[in-house]
Design a protein around this ligand. Sequence first.
Ligand SMILES: NC(=O)c1ccc[n+]([C@@H]2O[C@H](COP(=O)([O-])OP(=O)(O)OC[C@H]3O[C@@H](n4cnc5c(N)ncnc54)[C@H](OP(=O)(O)O)[C@@H]3O)[C@@H](O)[C@H]2O)c1
Length: 166
Amino acid sequence: MPPPVAFIIGAGWNVGRSVASTLKGLGYKIALGSRSPPGFTGDFLYVRMDATKPDDVAEAFDKVTKELGPPHVVIFNPCTFQPIPRPGDPLSLSRPAFERHIAIGTAVFDSAQHALAGFRKLGPGTPGSPRTFIVTGNIAPFSWSCLLSRIKKRASSGLPRLAFAV
Ligand SMILES: NC(=O)c1ccc[n+]([C@@H]2O[C@H](COP(=O)([O-])OP(=O)(O)OC[C@H]3O[C@@H](n4cnc5c(N)ncnc54)[C@H](OP(=O)(O)O)[C@@H]3O)[C@@H](O)[C@H]2O)c1
């Protein structure tokens, strides 16, 4: 039987890297999706995608399915952190920034639809070969892990280092 496939959407240094390495150890083939590649894609299939764009999601699932097979496990892990221009005044956020921020909440719908289509292609799961959709990502207005990861990425990409008070 071919090895099971896991697709981690929003694969960053924290949940993504750790889950990828654990599932690889369990024999899974792994695909990682994000808007820019994290620094640990070597062993894995990397797919550039913005989970809030339905066309990107469709193309990403197509690529994963063509190259590895339909995913048995899909983990939806993108998060957003949107600093508020005037701390303590949430309505100081612009409407476009607010819409970008909440788009992560609705994006899960597209990924779930494609995951389910793949599960149906695979047929019923078994104890050793589950079909599973897990959501860990969310809007993270006060998530320090997400904020710190953003700062780390900006620092490593040479962009100005930022710090916010929340
Ligand atoms: N860390 C923990 O222990 C933990 C535990 C439980 C739950 N969570 C939750 O899990 C979520 C992720 O946390 P994390 O610590 O794993 O964060 P992380 O390491 O920053 O990973 C999240 C990844 O999502 C990607 N992403 C963001 N927006 C995206 C989009 N529109 N499309 C595709 N990818 C996108 C980011 O990469 P790009 O910017 O390159 O796209 C980033 O690398 C958060 O909501 C957090 O609250 C975390």
